[in-house]
Design a protein around this ligand. Structure first.
Ligand SMILES: Cc1cc2nc3c(=O)[nH]c(=O)nc-3n(C[C@H](O)[C@H](O)[C@H](O)COP(=O)(O)OP(=O)(O)OC[C@H]3O[C@@H](n4cnc5c(N)ncnc54)[C@H](O)[C@@H]3O)c2cc1C
Length: 474
């Protein structure tokens, strides 16, 4: 059966195709190494027409399509189903070979790129043209823009520039029928009917395959500086956020919260990392300020806010970057938390959002509930406070075996996500649903919302071949 299907695929598609187990394996295991999938083959076309050819063949042969970019997703969306649950054979379509920057329009402030472009490459292409592409995540060296758009990725600059959806003006998409839709419009105004682009953004490959995008560019700041400050609690961090926003406006581009527990794990596992401040504090804030003229103006703005915060007793100490190397070293303390946590061992991750005003209340209430049910667990809390988005991770007590601890996953998820629901929040702020959060999202959404989502899926993918069982259960 598999052999005849493969022969049939090869008769219509002559691009790059992996069929040997060893070649397929990197595409079948997710980044967290929690989900091992199976697939008939991995196709790596280098054009939208190549992608369309494979999708048409899949549609005709009732074969599932799993789009994949950099495979850094944290919700299992880019991995095919495991052998036990895979009802149909699957083909992974990797976009990695569609990695060209097609054009740049500095007057329109847009960049047209293929979906497999690595995010860091796009940032560099923009900078070479004297522009900023502001999407920035710790995985930017390996994630792709197609994956960023399909998960509506967030990252550290959402506070100022918005998430991936807000950075995209147009898309090229291969539909579930294997047609190519050219919606590569670089328009800032276009009210000509339903916004199809926005349906594909955040759809995690369940409605079609993004093959190219028109992205928004911004002026490149002349200076960027970062401060690492000690704060007593998330309540105080929120007061500091209010002060910084009032005084800095759009010059404040990032505002991150890091608990001492998260900071300690980085110091333990990341070589050459060190404390920017002498004293230990229960919480820290990392804030970034930019200026479009020069370093001096940036320094003055940052110093003014820190002095105001000291006077208001919001912060007890602060370290400020005075070189690009220091800037990067301070950012690394925040961005390395995920990798350090992986080195520390298994943990239970949550990517939640609540209204910014409720973050401190959420942390206080949820910490109490989790600690009451599971004493001695370590709350590895950090994230994008300016967006109300926390990576609210739970690590086992130091003396508990990690595999043993993971048996509590469902119970801990329930405590955390019920708490999120009480605060009118979201169980997935920026990582998407994939299979990891699919059923939990369905539990908290109304039947009205779920029915509209199913109707969209049915309309665009009537045969259910596009990444089935991700986002919505079949
Ligand atoms: C260390 C680390 C830090 C991270 N930090 C952040 C963060 O700060 N913010 C954040 O938002 N995320 C973060 N992530 C998660 C991840 O990097 C993002 O979700 C990223 O956008 C995924 O891109 P990718 O190319 O790796 O996509 P993949 O993992 O390959 O795929 C993700 C989903 O998109 C679909 N997909 C991929 N490409 C396409 C396409 N061209 N067309 C249609 N569907 C497609 C897949 O089917 C899957 O459902 C982090 C991950 C790691 C490992």
């Amino acid at each position: 059966m598999s052999e005849s299907l493969l022969q049939s695929l090869k008769s219509v598609y002559t691009g790059r195709l992996f069929t040997d187990a060893i070649d397929k394996q990197p595409y079948l295991l997710d980044w967290r190494k929690r989900k091992q999938g199976v697939a008939l083959a991995v196709a790596e076309p280098d054009s939208a027409e190549g992608v369309a050819c494979v999708v048409r063949w899949c549609a005709a042969n009732n074969v599932v399509v799993v789009p994949q970019g950099g495979n850094t997703g944290l919700s299992g969306g880019g991995t095919p189903e495991p052998a036990e649950t895979a009802a149909l054979p699957a083909v992974v379509i990797s976009l990695k070979k569609m990695n060209r920057v097609r054009s740049i329009d500095v007057v329109n402030n847009t960049l047209t790129v293929e979906a497999g472009c690595i995010l860091e490459t796009i940032q560099e292409a923009a900078a070479q043209a004297g522009r900023l592409f502001p999407l920035s995540l710790a995985s930017e060296g390996s994630c792709t823009v197609g994956g960023n758009l399909s998960t509506n990725a967030g990252g550290v600059n959402v506070l100022r520039y918005g998430n991936a959806r807000e950075l995209c003006l147009g898309l090229e998409v291969v539909t579930a029928q294997g047609e190519v839709w050219n919606g590569l419009r670089g328009l800032r105004k276009d009210n000509t009917g339903y916004d199809l682009r926005d349906l594909f953004i955040g759809a995690e490959g369940t409605l079609g395959i993004i093959t190219a995008a028109v992205l928004k560019l911004y002026p490149l700041p002349a200076s960027r500086q970062v401060a690492w400050v000690s704060v007593e609690s998330p309540d105080v961090a929120l007061q500091l956020l209010g002060l910084a926003q009032a005084k800095l406006g759009a010059a404040l581009t990032a505002f991150e919260l890091i608990s001492e527990v998260a900071h300690g794990i980085v110091l333990k596992h990341v070589p050459n990392s060190r404390r920017p401040l002498a004293d230990v504090s229960p919480w820290y804030v990392l804030m970034e300020v930019v200026d479009f003229n020069n370093d001096e103006a940036c320094t003055v703005a940052l110093q003014a806010i820190l002095e105001a915060a000291l006077q208001a007793s919001l912060i007890s100490d602060a370290a400020v970057s005075s070189s690009e190397a220091q800037y990067k070293a301070i950012w690394a303390l925040r961005e390395d938390v995920s990798e350090a946590q992986a080195a520390e061992g298994k943990n239970i991750k949550h990517d939640i959002a609540v209204p910014v005003s409720q973050v401190a209340n959420f942390v206080r209430e949820t910490h109490e509930l989790v600690a009451a049910a599971f004493p001695a667990v370590r709350m590895v809390t950090f994230g994008h406070l300016g967006d109300g988005n926390l990576h609210y991770n739970v690590s086992p007590p130091l003396d508990q075996l990690h595999e043993e601890f993971l048996k509590n996953q469902d119970a801990i998820n329930l405590i955390v996500h019920d708490s999120v629901a009480r605060f009118n929040g979201s169980v997935s702020a920026e990582h998407g649903l994939g299979t990891l959060r699919r059923d939990e999202a369905a539990r908290y959404k109304s039947s009205v919302e779920m029915n509209m989502m199913r109707a969209v899926k049915q309309a665009l993918d009537p045969h259910g071949i596009m990444n089935p069982n991700k986002v919505l259960a079949v």
